[in-house]
Unconditional design. Structure first.
Length: 473
């Protein structure tokens, strides 16, 4: 292998070739070499910091990240390791970051890292608390041509990480064709698993630039009560098919007051790992579907239980865990409104967040470039972070006054009937929940997150200044 100084002179293409050669084998030494090479692909100090952090984890024989990296390298065939590197890392982070920065210089704002796309509302299940229940399932969804256009715009802006939601994505007939026609994009496909076949699993594995994330709410009792009788068994079978095809597997849980103990338990995580899951995502139930059930919302104490258990699991288990609300301190609060991500729904509405069912733009009538710089998205970004306590990041359940201010100021349309209820007739309940959680979260913030105070406050102020300049331009 060439020395680091030689590779610096050789340029990015040679660095990429060397990384691909290293991906042919599996060893701790090679994984550490990969991090050194990764640093050569970027000038961004934040990405370099992350890469160096990963290297420190790999060098720590007791760190769970070391075992997770080994799991991924041993599990994936060589050709899939290369495809994963080129889509998720090379384009998603390194080259994508350069493109986003170049775009920002020309347009006054930087595109987000991630787009969430729901090409269809069609679904073979009707899960109890699904955030999409307010949308009409009779909608035809997005055409293949529209989706291809959107993804092309993403690549031009430097967005190479796309999450596919629904509905059930496997019911959208163009899914495999679209994934195959954009090999530089890494797709994360959330599925209920009931429609997965051996043929689909093999084709996704062959394409190599997609992961399947199975939605599961705990054990058989919890999952079937949420999704329908017999669904849990079908998910187990689907995970087996995906694992046999050496497809990247993740798992996702909607966390409610009824299942939080189960889905955050060691037994649940250990079982998901045994089924092949490499990543576990936690989403809190939010009453945004026009059929609000406040009894399903986790209590403040349950939300903190999830936080504490996730922190322990990250230190001890070889699985990547994302706890979207409790992870606010690590991303400086809310990431919606195009700061780090946004949502295009099956009607074409460009929403600030999967759970924020308002819009001013529709993709059938405008471009992503214009939608991401809309007055609505700028108003959200100008208010971020919404709270100095990043354990309270959300403008829906933690800072509901923010959403009401934006709605009153800009009068966006609600993207389905009933979406307005938590901002109108149920606003007092939302304020009550936010106040109850604030009392607990503020105490935790003071005791456990002093490391974040100064940096979060400084970064938040700098972000506001940058956004004010961009808005003025």
């Amino acid at each position: 292998m060439k020395g680091i100084s030689d590779l610096k002179r050789a340029g990015a293409e040679e660095v990429v070739n060397q990384i691909c050669r290293l991906l042919g084998g599996v060893s701790l030494e090679r994984m550490i070499q990969l991090t050194h090479l990764g640093e050569l692909l970027t000038h961004d100090p934040e990405i370099k910091r992350v890469v160096r952090g990963v290297r420190s984890y790999l060098q720590d024989e007791n760190h769970s990240a070391r075992r997770l990296f080994a799991r991924v390298m041993e599990y994936l065939p060589r050709e899939n390791r290369e495809k994963l590197f080129k889509s998720l890392f090379l384009h998603g982070f390194f080259l994508g970051k350069r493109k986003r920065e170049e775009f920002a210089k020309e347009n006054g704002y930087e595109p987000p890292l991630l787009m969430i796309l729901s090409p269809s509302w069609q679904c073979n299940l009707r899960c109890k608390g699904c955030y999409t229940l307010g949308y009409a399932r009779t909608s035809k969804g997005l055409s293949k041509e529209v989706v291809e256009r959107i993804l092309g715009e993403c690549e031009e802006m430097g967005i190479f990480f796309v999450t596919i939601l629904g509905g059930e994505p496997l019911m959208w007939p163009h899914l495999l064709d679209v994934i195959g026609s954009h090999p530089n994009i890494f797709f994360q496909v959330y599925t209920n698993g009931t429609l997965l076949t051996e043929e689909i699993a093999r084709e996704l594995s062959r394409l190599g630039n997609a992961a399947l994330v199975f939605s599961i709410e705990g054990g058989e009792e919890e999952t079937d009560s949420w999704r329908g009788k017999g669904v849990y068994a079908k998910i187990m079978h689907a995970m087996d098919l995906a694992r046999e095809a050496r497809l990247i597997i993740g798992t996702s849980a909607t966390v409610t007051s009824q299942n939080v103990e189960v889905v955050s338990s060691d037994d649940f995580l250990d079982f998901m790992i045994s089924k092949g899951s490499l990543a576990q995502m936690y989403f809190l139930y939010l009453p945004v579907n026009g059929k609000a059930d406040f009894s399903l919302m986790v209590t403040p104490e349950q939300r903190d239980l999830l936080r504490r258990r996730v922190l322990t699991a990250r230190r001890t288990k070889p699985i990547f865990i994302v706890d979207f609300w409790n992870d606010g301190p690590y991303v400086d609060g809310c990431i919606a409104g195009g700061r780090s991500y946004f949502h295009v729904n099956a009607n074409g509405d460009v929403e600030p967040c999967v759970y924020t069912h308002i819009a001013v733009d529709n993709i059938h009538e405008t471009s992503l470039k214009k939608a991401l710089n809309s007055e609505l998205f700028r108003a959200i970004r100008a208010r971020q972070p919404h709270n100095r306590n990043h354990l309270r990041p959300c403008m829906i359940i933690d800072n509901p006054h923010v959403m009401r201010e934006i709605i009153e100021e800009l009068h966006p349309r609600f993207t389905h009937p009933g979406a307005e209820e938590i901002y109108t007739r149920l606003k007092d309940k939302m304020d009550e929940y936010a106040a109850r959680y604030a009392r607990l979260a503020d105490e935790i913030w003071k005791k456990e997150y002093s490391w974040c105070w100064a940096s979060c406050a400084k970064e938040g102020e700098e972000f506001r200044k940058e956004e004010a300049v961009a808005t003025a331009n």
